[in-house]
Ligand binder design. Structure first.
Ligand SMILES: [Zn+2]
Length: 183
């Protein structure tokens, strides 16, 4: 379903947001106008992942994987480019907060919460494969060490070391990203 504006979204589903996917129903709802890029892949990923893998209790994985699936955000290689910027500016959230208090940090800044989560999912997926990621999806971060064989603290060190090697574009515009999200 497409609606014209966030206001119409609010009247339709009760939330003033750009898009929403409904668990257990084949239904997504988008704002569709010439100012907002509809993030079809993000919302449809939610539906497909729930159907194929089942639900996850991890908000980091749920939103991070959907954002990584969309994989569009102004720049080439957007997920790592943006995380490299956030790392350099010391704007990333503590990994423990993102894992255990996602909605608290998301309420502070949803652009950072979603994109940092996407960076972690991309790193886990590309470095350790889909099978481990699926186990984490189903079993949650309490089982992280058992699934991956190292600690969350080690993950935090390793993925930051990895993204620090990604060049940040000269025209990087945090203000645009922070006010518009990914388009
Ligand atoms: Zn989402």
């Amino acid at each position: 379903m497409a609606v014209d504006s966030k206001e119409e979204m609010k009247r339709t589903i009760g939330l003033s947001i750009k898009g929403a996917a409904f668990k257990g129903q084949d239904f997504v709802c988008f704002v569709y106008n010439d100012k907002i890029r509809p993030q079809f892949k993000h919302e449809i990923f939610h539906l497909i992942s729930y159907e194929e893998w089942g639900y996850t209790t991890s908000r980091l994985l749920d939103e991070g994987a959907a954002t990584f699936c969309d994989n569009e955000c102004f720049y080439t290689n957007p997920i790592y480019t943006i995380n490299a910027y956030l790392l350099k500016k010391k704007m990333l959230y503590a990994l423990n907060d993102l894992v255990y208090n996602f909605d608290t940090v998301n309420a502070k800044n949803d652009v950072i919460a979603y994109l940092q989560s996407a960076g972690i999912v991309k790193y886990l997926y590309e470095s350790y494969g889909v099978d481990k990621l699926k186990l984490l999806w189903l079993q949650g971060f309490d089982k992280f060490q058992a699934i991956y064989g190292f600690s969350l603290a080690q993950l935090d060190k390793d993925w930051k070391k990895h993204i620090a090697t990604t060049p940040i574009p000269k025209d990087f515009d945090w203000n645009k990203l922070n006010t518009q999200g990914c388009g």
